[in-house]
Design a protein around this ligand. Structure first.
Ligand code: ZN
Length: 232
């Protein structure tokens, strides 16, 4: 029902456009620097291994997984999962992504607080982003119930706030992982100072997708709040 409300689109369109731009930018930047080899000749997996061993996370395992840009670090099993394009490829894009994920593993190893906070928010944020819109819609349809319907809308807004908090705490976690990646790559000798800028571009493009997601979540929350005000 939100999709028929012009206010929804007025609020969400900038975030949707930014998100489209960001994902396009990630694809083009990644594919551009996938064609440029590192002068060290190291692959994504080798770069990550060197970084993890040098900076105190040698217990972290590295595995190849399928999919494109599906790279991630799993803190429960202490595994760095690198996509096929990253694992065995010795391009600037591959070592950049691999070092970013190694950055997450090091955040975990060093007890970086925002990462723990983000992991703690995962269950409530995923419930919030799925259940909140349903609660709010239901609250509107059950107008006749008075108090109960406004309680449902308020509960939806509170739950959705958890999802917004998750997207916001994701920002420092992601920026920090990329900053770590850049300094780890240079100090470990995986890339040279001339290779710094292109790798940074790949990681900046990826960071923009998280900014777009946070913006979309904030605008959606604002929309829900305006809707509940309008109803009163
Ligand atoms: Zn990340």
């Amino acid at each position: 029902m939100f999709y028929f409300d012009p206010l929804y689109w007025v609020l969400l369109i900038p975030a949707i456009l930014l998100s489209l731009y960001a994902s396009l930018k990630v694809k083009t930047t990644f594919s551009k620097y996938s064609r440029v080899s590192t002068s060290s000749g190291m692959s994504g997996a080798q770069a990550a291994r060197r970084i993890l061993d040098m900076f105190g996370a040698s217990e972290v395992r590295i595995e190849a997984i399928s999919g494109r840009l599906s790279d991630n670090y799993d803190p429960r099993s202490k595994t760095l999962n690198l996509s096929e394009d990253v694992y065995g490829d010795s391009s600037l894009a591959a070592v950049g992504v691999a070092a970013h994920e190694a950055g997450h593993a090091l955040q975990h190893a060093k007890g970086y607080a925002p990462l723990a906070l983000r992991s703690g928010l995962v269950p409530i944020a995923s419930i919030g982003s799925n259940l909140a819109p349903m609660l709010i819609i239901l609250g509107f349809f059950m107008r006749g119930l008075g108090g109960l319907s406004s309680l449902m809308i308020q509960a939806g807004i509170v739950l959705f706030s958890a999802a917004v908090a998750f997207t916001l705490i994701t920002l420092p976690v992601e920026f920090n992982a990329s900053n770590r990646a850049m300094s780890l790559l240079t100090t470990s000798g995986v890339i040279t100072s001339e290779e710094y800028k292109p790798v940074r571009k790949v990681l900046n493009a990826a960071a923009m997708t998280y900014v777009a997601a946070a913006l979309a979540a904030i605008m959606q929350l604002i929309y829900y709040i305006m809707l509940s005000d309008r109803r009163r």
